[in-house]
Design a protein around this ligand. Structure first.
Ligand code: GUN
Length: 289
């Protein structure tokens, strides 16, 4: 049984990314610029934003946080996005979700320049992913693919089951798993809250991806012996942080499993840095600077 160590893998990726930034800046390039926008005081969001900003700075990205108060009007946020779209020293930005109820998230995501949209949430990037065109892909799904690739766990021709159909994780992950690529080519089932006999669907899977946000919901009866379980759940319970899988119950029967914390979460942050650096490299190439 393998515990897929996302924390260690993400550290390796971060040092590879730092080397890319160090080399280019030593040759005279300006450093990559990222702005993370957060509106309001959602506790989880504040933690995520701080983690992302610190991780970015560690690899040599100039990371700014734009913290706006919870009452910020939508047009003020849109004006901030527009300002960042026009700034040449900012390669990348993201708006942390969720946003307060009076702000339309889809309107804000649509306002971000798709070339700077390192979360890959802009409809243009989502569309490109759907059509198999090049574009910026969302961090959690590509982090999962990268983790599997680095552990040499091939999906080729296997049965994959994704539980959860969110725009941030489930939907884009299902698309990536089915891409006609060496490290994909899975046969994908996308399950959700209305799926009839969820356990039956999950038990078919060689690779089971959990992104439904139900603490320890997935027990042994949902998992085929020898399956690979990727747990995207981050659930805060009175007993602390846990995933959607009952980790201890599954450990004896799976081929591999991600822990929570220390599995998918750190990979998401590493992929945000990777997306930022890829955009910056493209910009440096364009300008020859
Ligand atoms: N909220 C939860 N996950 C994410 C994420 O990956 N990006 C943003 N912007 N907001 C989130």
């Amino acid at each position: 049984m393998i515990i897929l160590d996302g924390k260690r893998t993400a550290q390796t990726i971060r040092s590879e990314l730092k080397a890319r930034v160090d080399l280019a800046t030593a040759n005279g390039s300006r450093s990559p610029g990222l702005c993370v926008i957060n509106v309001g005081e959602n506790k989880a969001s504040l933690t995520y934003v701080r983690n992302k900003t610190l991780a970015a700075q560690e690899v040599g990205i100039r990371a700014e946080t734009c913290q706006l108060n919870a009452e910020t009007p939508e047009d003020v946020l849109l004006a901030k996005i527009s300002e960042l779209n026009h700034r040449h020293d900012i390669d990348a930005m993201l708006v942390q979700l969720p946003l307060p109820a009076h702000i339309s998230a889809s309107k804000c995501l649509l306002a971000i320049d798709p070339a700077k949209d390192v979360d890959g949430f802009h409809p243009e990037n989502a569309g490109r992913l759907t059509l198999g065109m090049p574009g910026i892909k969302p961090c959690t799904p590509i982090g999962i693919m990268e983790l599997l690739r680095r552990y040499n766990l091939s999906l080729q021709g296997s049965k994959a089951c994704v539980v959860g159909r969110s725009n941030l994780v489930g939907k884009p992950l299902a698309l990536l798993l089915a891409e006609p690529l060496e490290f994909a080519n899975a046969t994908v089932t996308l399950c959700h809250s209305k799926t009839r006999n969820l356990a039956n669907e999950c038990r078919q899977a060689d690779f089971l991806f959990l992104a439904m946000g139900q603490p320890k919901f997935i027990t042994r009866e949902y998992v085929k012996e020898g399956a690979v379980v990727i747990d995207v759940g981050i659930n805060h319970t009175k007993d602390g942080l846990c995933g959607d899988a009952d980790f201890e119950a599954l450990k004896p029967i799976v081929k591999a499993i991600t822990p929570v914390p220390g599995g998918v979460g750190p990979m998401t942050v590493a992929m945000l840095l990777q997306n930022t650096i890829s955009v910056w490299e493209k910009n440096m190439h364009k300008r020859g600077a």
